[in-house]
Design a protein around this ligand. Structure first.
Ligand code: WT7
Length: 677
């Protein structure tokens, strides 16, 4: 393992630090890193930040110069919150910034996507090839009747065609809604119907831990209840690898005649007129909808976050460039899935608009063994790695021997996203993966913010383990008390954003009122993030976590109400409450308290049935970590479930596994507690 080349400025803390509160080590970039970085000093960051806040039009004029506008923007922004518009007057086709603009430069034959499948197959798509594929798929979408403004659902795994599908939609002005491949048929159906998608792009199956996840079969179950869907376009991933068995199980991809089309077949015969339009696409208004991405909120219904064209592109573009300090020779690897916002902004739009080379990996990080990612880094020469704290904690658990077996010296920058990173995990990441020489950017943002809102620019600012650093350009962050008074340094409060920014969500699909009430009512004209945080005396942000009814389980955002409504849809369940419990690996674990209808008893079989019900209603990733049966749920006099109490119960002694003789009587607790919540 490489030895440390950067010693922290101050080292009055050790690896054994338990809490963020005590953490005050500072890790500045090395002079070599800073010397080559796009933003190489704190003074430069401060000057750029100042311009971005005081003269946003000047800042964004310069920063959008390398994006392609058909009609240049006249006015940076106008708002009457919660409505806001950016880059007014502009027309553009997002894919021209991501693809066409690179074809006339040296980037033309550079790798856009280096893809590694889980079975080990490797495929590289240059910018030229990616453009060609996107044009072809855009033409096929046109042939299948998709028009500008139509919604297209994408239910795929991590294959290059997933990025092609998103860009093909954008090329013709269709609004994509990517649904994470881990969602169940029911969850997919609800999202397709909510956004009114008329076409679904999926794939026969995806490789996951040596098995095939039969995406098309799952999509078929959803498509039985989505009357408005006219076609399914199916990419052959499994068919292509030629292996149609997984662990000896036969695999099939049934096709419905008239509705389903194989991409490989369709791609051979696009119509001339559609090809013509796909090659010379229309430009769209700056505020034309680009995509809808569903995420969890504090009610049972997922929120369809809507992002629009120019502002989103500008945010993804500028953050990718500066936060990852992208350089010509980089190979950037983001381990997120395309089904979440990180995959949208930092696998597709941000890297491609910057002409970056990116590595895309299909499968699990521990297949065939726990060093898969380190093997990928070594073999391909990855220079930038962006992953999540929950993954880092798994790597720690698997042991240092796995990364230590590999030469990771190509890495120069590391990133973290999705949840607060504990200082222990940070230190391990820095030392074992980064060899002590790579800066770590801890990036705070959300599905709704569209792009990174806070971090430490790697060449300009020192980082503090566990803090996501300083606001990005143009972002006006604050931590405030309940009624909006600012908190003192170090004091905990609500994290808000005080002025609109280009990549912010514009609304929730079909739910303008919920958009206004969920984000814009805590303080007038101020965006509320749902997070609790504090800002220290150096202006560094420490995000504590969600303060609404949203959990963060292994970096997956899960609404407690969503889990509860799935639970009560089980015929034996009378009432349910879902809460988070601190968990060393997952950040938060999901604990559910369930009361059963008369005549049903809590049993291991019942636990299994409830688990399978969650798999079916939402997806396996939302499986409860513990199911606890109770005769009653503690409630306030007005009938509200006392979550704070349940959280305490959940965080206490673990429920005896499989032992159903000790059913909890939480009504006793309720009697003992006050009626405050
Ligand atoms: C929530 C947003 C942003 C892409 C992935 C998650 C938490 C995210 C951090 C971080 C502390 C973080 C927040 C936020 N979060 N990044 N670096 N440090 N917390 O997107 O599913 O929309 O979830 O994730 O609680 O509100 P998301």
């Amino acid at each position: 393992m490489a030895t440390s080349t950067d010693s922290p400025e101050t080292t009055h803390a050790t690896d054994s630090i338990e809490s963020h509160q005590k953490e005050d080590r500072r890790f500045p970039p090395s002079p070599t890193f800073a010397g080559r970085a796009r933003v190489g000093s704190h003074a430069e960051y401060t000057a750029m930040y100042k311009t971005s806040i005081e003269e946003p039009e000047v800042f964004w004029r310069e920063e959008t110069e390398d994006l392609v506008f058909r009609t240049p923007w006249k006015n940076f922004s106008s708002w009457e919150l919660p409505k806001a518009r950016f880059f007014e007057g502009a027309t553009l086709n997002v894919t021209e910034s991501c693809l066409d603009r690179h074809l006339g430069s040296g980037t033309r034959n550079k790798a856009a996507i280096v893809f590694e499948g889980e079975p080990g197959d490797v495929r590289t798509l240059t910018y030229f090839e990616l453009h060609r594929e996107v044009v072809k798929m855009a033409a096929i979408l046109l042939d299948l009747g998709v028009k500008s403004g139509d919604r297209v659902a994408i239910y795929m795994g991590m294959v290059p065609e997933a990025a092609v599908a998103m860009l093909a939609c954008a090329r013709i002005g269709a609004v994509h809604s990517v649904v994470f491949g881990g969602f169940s048929a029911e969850a997919l159906r609800d999202r397709i119907n909510d956004c009114g998608a008329t076409l679904v792009i999926t794939q026969d199956g995806a490789w996951r831990r040596g098995s095939i996840l039969p995406l098309k079969q799952i999509a078929d179950a959803a498509l039985a209840q989505t009357p408005q869907v006219k076609h399914a376009l199916v990419v052959q991933r499994i068919g292509k690898t030629g292996d149609t068995t997984a662990h000896g199980k036969p695999f099939s991809c049934p096709m419905t005649t008239g509705r389903d089309v194989f991409w490989e077949d369709a791609a051979k015969t696009p119509s001339t007129a559609s090809l013509q339009l796909a090659r010379n696409p229309h430009a769209f208004d700056a505020e034309h909808p680009l995509f809808i991405l569903y995420t969890s909120g504090s009610t049972g219904k997922p929120k369809g976050v809507l992002h629009t064209t120019a502002g989103y592109l500008a945010g993804a573009h500028v953050t990718t460039k500066y936060v990852f300090d992208l350089q010509e020779q980089d190979l950037y690897f983001c381990t997120a899935d395309i089904g979440w916002v990180t995959g949208h902004s930092y696998i597709v739009y941000g890297p491609l608009s910057n002409g970056a080379s990116m590595l895309m990996y299909e499968g699990a990080p521990n297949f065939p063994e726990q060093d898969r990612l380190w093997d990928i880094v070594e073999r391909h020469g990855v220079t930038i790695l962006y992953t999540a704290p929950t993954a880092i904690r798994s790597f720690i658990r698997w042991g240092d021997d796995w990364p230590n077996k590999h030469d990771l010296s190509s890495l120069r920058l590391l990133g973290s996203v999705g949840e607060p990173i504990n200082p222990e995990a940070w230190t391990w990441y820095h030392r074992v993966i980064g060899g002590g020489r790579c800066p770590i950017v801890d990036t705070w943002w959300q599905t709704e913010t569209g792009s990174i809102m806070a971090t430490t620019l790697p060449g300009a600012c020192y980082s503090k383990p566990g803090s996501c650093g300083l606001p990005f350009f143009g972002v006006d962050l604050a931590v405030v008390k309940d009624h909006g008074e600012p908190c003192a340094p170090g004091e905990g409060g609500k994290l808000v954003i005080k002025r609109p920014w280009p990549s912010m969500a514009r609304t929730l699909w079909n739910d303008e009122a919920r958009y206004a009430s969920a984000y814009w009512t805590v303080m007038p004209d101020v965006y509320f993030t749902g997070d609790g945080a504090r800002m220290d005396q150096d202006g560094y942000l420490w995000v504590v976590g969600r303060i609404d009814d949203v959990l963060n389980v292994s970096g997956h955002r899960i609404g407690t109400a969503e889990i509860e409504s799935a639970l009560v849809s089980h015929p034996s369940v009378a009432e349910a409450a879902a809460v988070g419990r601190p968990d060393d690996l997952k950040g938060q674990a999901l604990v559910v308290f369930v009361t059963l209808k008369g005549g049903h008893a809590g049993s291991p079989e019942m636990k299994k049935a409830i688990t399978e019900h969650i798999d079916k209603e939402i997806g396996k990733f939302a499986r409860p970590d513990a199911i606890r049966f109770t005769d009653a749920l503690p409630k306030t006099r007005s009938g509200k479930i006392m979550r704070r109490l349940l959280k305490e119960v959940a965080a206490g002694a673990k429920a005896p596994q499989g032992d159903t003789s000790t059913l909890e009587d939480l009504s006793v607790l309720a009697k003992l507690s006050s009626d405050e919540e």
